[in-house]
Design a protein around this ligand. Sequence first.
Ligand code: SF4
Length: 400
Amino acid sequence: MTGIEIYIHIPFCVKKCLYCDFLSGVFDEKMQRRYVAALCTEIQYVAKTHPGCIVSTIYVGGGTPSWLSEDLMDAIITTVKKCFKLDPLAEVSVECNPGTLSAEKLNVYRSIGINRLSIGLQSANDDELKELGRIHDYNRFLHTYDLVRKAGFENVNVDIMTGLPHQNLQKLEKTLSSVTMLRPEHISAYSLIIEKGTPFYEKYKFDAVKQQAGMETEDLPTDEESYKLYKYTMQYLESKGYKRYEISNYARNGKICRHNVGYWDRVPYLGLGLGSASLFDNVRTNNIRDIYKYCEISESIAQGKNLDYELSSPYLETEEIISKKEAMEEFMFLGLRKINGIARSDFYQIFDIDIEAIYGPIITALRNQGFMDAKEGRLFLTDIGIDVSNQVLSKFLLDK
Ligand code: SF4
């Protein structure tokens, strides 16, 4: 039995947030139903081509999966359970947005085995939520959080963002204190990135360049201010009992997100749905990103038609074999995102060679510079190493 994780993509949102470049859009219920039927066909197809897997985590992300009506979510989870063997202690997470849940929906979630919810708050300041183009205000979030707790969910994440336009320490403090007072088990704190192709890019592209160049900015925090916001977040959350276990993720009472830890540990995963990525047997694949084409493929399969395709599945847009060298690089890049880093013994077990034989001089140099440390057979980045993690991690690229 191969232990795997499953990611399921729901590409629907009530409204597009102004900073978002994720694969999601606004589609009506008819399209949502068509997509979920196609997704269930893909789940059945992929399960047949990947026999002997045992699923340790399911993560339904998006998009806004909680916008789907409960019968559609039921259909998805039930299909996964029918087609794959699920670990009885599997973590089953769903991403939610405030205002898209009801008590009835949450009861269905619990009855089908969903045991973790991740709620996208981003900020407790209504002016910031408006600026981001979110569908909710803070009160709406509070109402949703209350529903979630009343429904009995005991493993809840809240997403917040730093580096927002005009964000300062007071505003951030309000978000952090509001969220930590609620005592969710997990908090993810990501920095805003100005992505090409978004309305935010048009509005803030010059500021983003200035920020990167360490210059004065107009709306976005400067590079130095962003660093202060990031450090403040870390210190604040740790002072409230949230242990940082990855660059942007914090948990209390050990309630880490097992699904994400699996990504950083390179556990094989199958991505199902539009645009999803998979890593299985050191082959990385990406599903097609055109929703109409995706549905047509599934509908043809469901009708028993023969399909013409070049890669190993009709759903794929790209397929790439990961070489041993690339797998080593990934092992380092991903593993060192975790605060407890990587185990030397894992490297040896996976690659059949001592880590020192590959990365010895780099590790020594980084340790001498204070960016890396070692303890009990593990290697990890120090606080200052994490602060400059992009530069540090790039050192683990191997020559072609
Ligand atoms: S809800 Fe999430 S996925 Fe949807 S537009 Fe906003 S940020 Fe993007």
